[in-house]
Design a protein around this ligand. Structure first.
Ligand SMILES: NC(=O)c1ccc[n+]([C@@H]2O[C@H](COP(=O)([O-])OP(=O)(O)OC[C@H]3O[C@@H](n4cnc5c(N)ncnc54)[C@H](O)[C@@H]3O)[C@@H](O)[C@H]2O)c1
Length: 258
């Protein structure tokens, strides 16, 4: 028996990176997956690859998580195609790394619109159905920035702290209805987002080396390593895990000093 057999799962930002790895992993475990993604072309390409490689039921829906109506539409499409949504993975996120006092109002707003409002919009769209059915699992992709601060990376960590708060609040609110809400805090994971950040530095190769040197395992993580944790949290192997966060960072956040 596959670990997520027939679970209808909606994953935001699933066209590439961690979201795509989660979609692949869920499909391999028997889930029907809906890729709710801003970049529809990428989502369609990823959906095709998943279908070909796993034979799973897959749907790509153009979605902007900053707009609650757009997320609601994605949930309706998922329901129509596969039935009620059993699992939601709120993965879509963007890096907004600024100096607090030179940051524009627009930087603040676009960070919170995607990284926190986006997570709430997802939760609000699926919770009524989950609460009514008395079953459901939500996995929010936070970050080690949700409890660690790097100067000059504002306000991303503020929004990610909020994701943990939202996870805990909703996890407690709906626990009596058997709806679990958990988070994953990835450390450095090798995706386009991470490469973009290195490429913005004066010496990208040196920036990458500096990042690797900071890691206890002398490597950064792979998207699949976050995906495995999402599969576990969403599955029936984690029935008593609720309102908490699992860190996937190779131990980096346990280090006090370099
Ligand atoms: N890569 C890392 O090192 C790392 C570490 C910690 C946390 N995270 C978090 O993991 C998540 C995924 O990161 P990633 O590295 O895979 O990023 P990524 O940029 O490779 O992928 C993010 C995806 O989200 C989509 N997206 C962006 N805005 C959207 C919107 N408004 N609506 C719908 N989709 C949208 C993008 O089109 C993209 O496909 C994010 O929440 C990020 O904050 C990443």
């Amino acid at each position: 028996m596959k670990r997520l057999a027939d679970k209808v799962t909606l994953i935001t930002g699933a066209g590439r990176g961690i979201g795509a790895a989660i979609a692949f992993a869920f499909a391999r475990e028997g889930a029907a997956v809906v890729l709710a993604e801003l970049d529809f072309e990428t989502a369609q390409q990823t959906a095709e690859q998943i279908k070909t490689q796993t034979g799973a039921r897959v749907l790509a829906v153009q979605t902007d998580v900053t707009q609650s109506a757009s997320v609601q539409h994605a949930v309706s499409e998922a329901e129509q195609a596969f039935g009620a949504v059993d699992v939601l993975v709120n993965n879509a996120g963007i890096n907004v790394f600024c100096d607090p006092l030179t940051m524009t109002d627009d930087d603040w707003r676009r960070c919170f619109a995607v990284d926190l409002d986006g997570v709430w919009n997802g939760c609000r769209a699926v919770l009524p159905g989950m609460v009514e059915r008395g079953a459901g699992s939500i996995v929010n992709i936070a970050s080690t920035h949700a409890f660690k601060i790097i100067p000059g990376c504002f306000p991303y960590p503020v929004a990610k702290h909020g994701v943990i708060g939202l996870t805990r609040a909703l996890g407690i609110e709906y626990a009596p209805r058997n709806v679990r809400v958990n988070a994953i805090a990835p450390g450095y994971i090798e995706t386009q987002l991470t490469h973009d950040w290195w490429n913005e530095q004066a010496d990208p190769a040196a920036a990458k080396q500096a990042t690797l040197a900071l890691q206890p395992m002398k490597r950064i993580g792979r998207p699949e390593e976050v995906a495995m944790t999402a599969v576990f949290l969403a599955s029936d192997e984690a029935p008593f895990i609720n309102a908490t966060c699992i860190t996937v960072d190779g131990g980096r956040s346990a280090v006090y000093h370099d």
